[in-house]
Design a protein around this ligand. Structure first.
Ligand SMILES: [Zn+2]
Ligand SMILES: [Zn+2]
Length: 308
């Protein structure tokens, strides 16, 4: 089943002619979640063929403009396309006011319900729960209140062992669901043990998203051991002194977080526009954490459980 992280834009601060601001998509079992919505995010959604009507949840980390300014455009496009399905927006306090002011002065009412969910910016909180997924928010350390997010698949069902399935064919159909749920099945005085007839399920996968932040131990416990971490890496070592005044991280610091949290794979992004390319970011991060990759626009990363 799909669990994929897609990069729409990963530029910090301002866009350039080629680089878009923060915007990412998670495709989880063909449900799409938008993570941040910088300027032009909707053009990137079109460009990379993301079905925009399948986005039902939008998560905004914080209210610096480069992380949400594309939202007004996207919500307006939904109106023009006569969306009727609700959309859920999870963001710090204040975003609802910003969006509603725009609708008010444009004399418009959305054609679809918009539900704003105010994030708790002080503690680890479950924000979304579906039959297959849980999403948590947790505070990071930025100039204004800012949250990271953790995505955790719920446990999968066990799989019927294909080599023994013929022994179940004479039984009522319910047997499959019962065995898959780790329960034995009794029929005509015979017990069919789930441990015999099923194989263990695939391991649940986890993904964490952390931008914008100073490197800080504060959030390590919330991302411990995840299969994939996205962490901001605004600067290279050369500009490390800027991290404390801007509350951002270097690529090396992102890699140190990845190492300390024992994550399996690291994606770095939110690059400052002062750099022509990001090879130095990659090199410096890989010195600490070799399994690091750049958040390049259009790139898709499948979240997989680590091989044991
Ligand atoms: Zn930013
Ligand atoms: Zn910021």
């Amino acid at each position: 089943m799909n669990f994929e992280f897609i990069i729409l834009g990963s530029s910090s601060g301002r866009p350039t002619a080629d680089l878009y601001q923060s915007a990412y998509v998670l495709n989880i079992h063909n449900n799409y979640i938008l993570l941040d919505c910088g300027e032009g995010a909707q053009m990137q959604l079109f460009k990379y063929g993301i079905p925009i009507m399948k986005i039902n949840h939008i998560l905004i980390t914080h209210l610096h403009a480069d992380h949400f300014i594309g939202l007004i455009g996207l919500l307006n496009t939904y109106n023009l396309l006569k969306r009727d399905k609700p959309i859920h927006i999870y963001a710090p306090k204040g975003l609802e006011e910003i969006i509603q002011v725009q609708f008010k002065h444009a004399g418009k009412v959305a054609s679809y319900p918009i539900y704003f969910h105010e994030l708790n910016m002080n503690q680890n909180t479950k924000v979304i729960e579906t039959p297959t997924l849980e999403v948590y928010s947790f505070p990071v350390n930025h100039r204004i209140e800012c949250n990271g997010f953790l995505f955790r698949e719920k446990a999968h069902l066990r799989n019927i062992n294909p080599e023994l399935v013929s022994e179940l064919k004479h039984l009522p159909n319910e047997v499959y669901q019962i065995l898959k749920r780790s329960k034995d099945y009794e029929f005509e005085n015979r017990i069919y043990e789930y441990e015999k007839y099923t194989l263990p399920p695939p391991k649940s996968r986890t993904f964490a998203f952390v931008t914008d932040t100073l490197k800080d131990n504060l959030y390590i416990k919330h991302i411990q051991g995840v299969d994939m971490l996205f962490h901001e890496a605004t600067f290279t070592d050369e500009h490390e002194e800027l991290t404390t005044e801007t509350f951002h991280s270097t690529a090396r610091q992102a890699a140190e977080i990845g190492q300390e949290a024992q994550v399996k794979k690291l994606i770095i992004g939110h690059f400052s526009t002062r750099y022509k390319d990001f090879e130095t970011h990659l090199k410096e991060a890989r010195e600490i954490f070799p399994n690091t990759f750049l958040a390049e626009q259009g790139k898709r990363f499948e979240i997989q459980t680590a091989q044991v």
